[in-house]
Design a protein around this ligand. Structure first.
Ligand code: ZN
Length: 333
């Protein structure tokens, strides 16, 4: 049972990243759903239930992201950011595995494989700020022995060793996991609607990856469900289309039982609210109602490991606060 105040970290610079168009489904694009107010909605829901100690993180996590990601990839993001004008949005248009000899503006196509993740002049700073919130939450757990929350934005679980996409630039969950795995047994549990293929790529014996997600071939990241068949450190389970709260909980309990045998000290929870039935970006429906998040929080509250709760997706601005509020209520009881 979890009680008492919860430290909650908000990235100071996240709102500098304001993508306007999502071209994932072709041209013309639609209004981009990954907007700054998502953080406010989730914060409102958590704060309605938990006694939260909100801390704004001014730090930029250069060291943590350079340790986790390919330094050449981080350098590319820096050089491209310097090139972009205020208000400009960069989306790659040429996609090849190796564009290292190409002009800077073309190189994005070897680090990203889609058109839904615009990069602006300040995106890198926002992403470093987001990663810092995850890093701070993990450190707070080590200092206090209590759970902590990072309202990361932009999200992170699609970001791989040298890849951005799916609205993600740096893998916030694995930034937190790197801190925690140095101090004890750690794993990452991802309950976002989407498979975090970046997290799957970064999984290791020190921090294995567990994910419950919509079919990743019919939904982003559009990979065969059998991806990384050689990876020993992932536990990936696809939800059937149309699954409801009861079916979801059944599968979650099964996954928690598999986690339990690891004897974890720490668990990073990649928490996405895009599993809500009202979320606008689902292809295969997952029919979770706001009150189903109570049961999800409840299922997690008696876990032995301390939790670093890291925000991933969730795009229904009218429903986010309710979902977060129900989750917080379930997690506190
Ligand atoms: Zn998602």
């Amino acid at each position: 049972m979890r009680t008492g105040s919860i430290p909650l970290y908000v990235p100071a610079l996240h709102a500098l990243h304001r993508p306007t168009q999502d071209l994932s489904d072709g041209y013309p694009g639609v209004g981009h759903p990954e907007v700054p107010s998502r953080v406010d909605c989730v914060l409102e829901g958590f704060a309605a239930v938990w006694e939260v100690a909100v801390q704004t993180v001014e730090h930029l996590a250069w060291g943590a992201v350079t340790a986790l990601h390919d330094p050449g990839y981080v350098r590319f993001l820096g050089e491209l950011s310097d090139l972009l004008q205020e208000g400009e949005e960069y989306i790659p248009s040429i996609f090849q595995p190796d564009l290292s000899a190409a002009p800077l503006r073309l190189r994005g196509g070897m680090y990203c494989r889609e058109t839904g993740t615009p990069l602006g002049a300040a995106t890198l700073r926002a992403a470093l700020s987001s990663a810092a919130a995850a890093e701070w939450a993990a450190r707070a757990i080590l200092e206090t022995g209590r759970d902590a929350v990072a309202l990361c934005r932009p999200p992170g679980h699609h970001a791989g060793w040298r890849r951005y996409g799916g609205y993600c630039f740096f893998n916030n969950a694995y930034v937190a996991a790197a801190v925690l795995a140095a101090a004890g047994r750690c794993a990452v549990l991802d309950l976002d609607y989407h498979l975090g293929e970046g997290s799957a790529e970064l999984a290791s014996e020190r921090a294995p990856y567990f994910s419950l997600h919509a079919d990743p071939w019919r939904n982003y990241p559009y990979l065969d469900a059998g991806m990384h068949p050689e990876a020993a450190f992932v536990d990936l389970e696809s939800l059937p289309a149309g699954v409801d709260g009861r079916g979801y909980l059944e599968r979650l309990r099964g996954m928690l039982a598999r986690l339990d045998v690891l004897g974890l000290d720490f668990l990073v929870l990649s928490l996405g609210f895009d599993t809500a039935a009202t979320d606008p970006i689902q292809d295969d429906p997952v029919r979770l109602r706001p009150e189903d998040y109570f049961a999800i929080g409840r299922a997690l509250t008696d876990l032995r490991p301390r939790l670093a709760i890291v925000l991933e997706g969730g795009y229904d601005l009218n429903g986010l606060t309710d979902c977060a509020r129900y989750f917080a209520a379930g997690f506190s009881r």
